[in-house]
Design a protein. Structure first.
Length: 186
């Protein structure tokens, strides 16, 4: 049975994606950390899991049903933070709406479909700019570089995104419009 690697995320608008990609490229050029460049800038709602090709329709159907009742959410990016000794990221404010969206996704999609439990830590919304291949030594240099810098941006996200790994990088498999407009958003 053929399986592929997927994850579920929120992607910011094109302007923020461009800014974050430049930061990822800077980390690649300056600190030899290129792993973050293998996915579009995103906030992970459900981390990578293996899923059979034969079940992708069920996964898409569950995400479509969930997106009908979920509302667009605002991402508020504010400064840099780290998960020592390998990860540097842009902090994303854990707003009540974002935390609720993530928790509801787990209850409405991940649990009913028995998605493999891959969440080892509590949900900490963030946008990674360097990780995995960032050496401990380069982490210290990069963190000294970023910890004093500021970064601020915000945008409304109106789609959930299902990403799939093509063997080399993560790419968008499908987007799901968040349709519950009961909440005010621009």
């Amino acid at each position: 049975m053929k399986r592929r690697h997927y994850f579920i995320a929120l992607l910011p608008d094109a302007k923020i994606q461009e800014q974050v990609t430049r930061l990822k490229q800077y980390c690649c050029d300056r600190y030899q950390s290129q792993a973050a460049l293998r996915s579009p800038p995103h906030v992970t709602l459900y981390p990578p899991f293996w899923w059979p090709d034969a079940g992708v329709g069920d996964l898409e159907q569950a995400l479509e049903a969930f997106s009908h009742q979920a509302a667009p959410v605002e991402l508020i990016l504010d400064g840099f933070a780290a998960f020592p000794p390998r990860v540097i990221y842009i902090h994303v404010a854990p707003t009540p709406a974002l935390k609720t969206l993530q928790a509801d996704l787990v209850k409405a999609v991940a649990q009913p479909l028995n998605l493999p439990p891959t969440q080892r830590h509590p949900f900490t919304p963030h946008m990674t700019i360097a990780f995995r291949d960032l050496t401990k030594e380069n982490f210290h240099h990069a963190w000294a570089d970023f910890q004093e810098q500021s970064f601020a941006a915000r945008c409304w996200v109106s789609h959930l995104t299902l990403l799939v790994h093509n063997g080399r990088r993560w790419q968008i498999h499908r987007e799901f419009l968040l349709r519950n407009l009961a909440h005010d958003c621009p």
